[in-house]
Design a protein around this ligand. Structure first.
Ligand SMILES: O=C(O)CCC(=O)C(=O)O
Ligand SMILES: [Fe+2]
Length: 287
């Protein structure tokens, strides 16, 4: 059995040893097991590994000139639950990837909620604009051939309910969310692969960041099920999420950089149509 946790200090020597093990190609479970075999308390060993490797990777990233990592929203799925309590609803976990963080959820929205969102959005749809990082304004973008609209945060009782559910699931304040965006794709419409964070190299980005900082996470909720096509694709990781009504895909990005491998897009709708609601999460309060 391990020594008393209180008696076990995470020393610089231990940190150096952990980094050496990782550099020698030993996987995290193997390194952890050898620490346990040597008498380390499991909680202390896990914390030592996590904090050491996080700091080490952050140092390597900084040396490579990457922007610093920031905290991101996430789901409480460390112990592999099949169902999450979203307050007013039991949401299923259908697939989870750690790096990049991508989680597919089932039953996030009821069929009635999906229909009600579509009907509330329908009269307000216009050709989608994207945020123009060159200027900080908005512009029509040929990469995005859908129609869209934004709800104000908390605009209706339904929007409020969904936003509260999302905040609870992701452990991220409602105030840090942008207003819900609803998008409608007709056959042939698509959203070419892109990143949701704002490119730090673009001149308009500092203006955009004044409203709540960077985007750090995205939740795409499917409001209907197209007959064919319309999946959400992640080209870097060869993943395509099927658009099923009431399901959602969440992903996060701890720095505004392609190394997050969160390149994604809406594949062309081949038959039928596609409706989604997207919630973007910011670092801070979005006003
Ligand atoms: O249509 C999709 O599946 C993806 C939508 C998307 O990338 C976005 O709204 O930022
Ligand atoms: Fe996106």
């Amino acid at each position: 059995m391990g020594k008393q946790a209180a008696a076990q200090a995470i020393t610089p020597e231990l940190r150096r040893w952990i980094v050496e093990q990782a550099q020698a190609g030993h996987s995290a479970p193997v390194v952890l097991q050898s620490m346990l075999d040597a008498g380390w308390d499991e909680a202390v060993a896990t914390e030592a590994m996590e904090s050491t490797l996080r700091e080490h990777l952050e140092g390597v990233a900084r040396e490579q000139g990457l922007p610093p990592a920031v905290p991101v929203p996430d789901l409480a799925i460390d112990d592999s639950p099949t169902v999450l309590d979203a307050g007013d609803r039991a949401v299923s976990v259908l697939m989870a990837l750690a790096m990049p963080r991508v989680v597919v959820l089932g039953n996030l929205l009821s069929p009635e909620e999906c229909d009600a969102l579509i009907e509330a959005a329908r009269p307000r749809m216009a050709r989608s604009l994207t945020v123009a990082t060159r200027t900080g304004g908005e512009e029509v973008n040929d990469d995005r051939t859908s129609d869209g609209m934004f709800f104000q945060r908390g605009e209706t009782e339904l929007v409020q309910r969904i936003e509260a559910r999302i905040a609870r699931l992701l452990g991220w304040p409602v105030e840090n969310g942008e207003g819900l965006q609803v998008l409608h794709y007709r056959p042939g419409a698509e959203y070419k692969p892109h990143y949701d964070y704002f490119d730090p190299a673009e001149p308009g980005t500092p203006t955009i960041l004044k409203r709540g900082g960077q985007r750090v996470g995205t939740l795409v909720m499917y409001l209907n099920t197209p007959e064919k096509g319309g999946g959400t694709t992640f080209p870097d990781i060869h993943l395509e999420v099927a658009p099923q009504r009431g399901h959602a895909v969440f992903f996060s990005y701890e720095r505004p950089h392609p190394s997050t491998r969160t390149l994604h897009g809406g594949a062309p709708v081949i038959a039928g149509e596609k409706w989604i609601a997207t919630k973007w999460l910011r670092e801070r309060e979005f006003r």
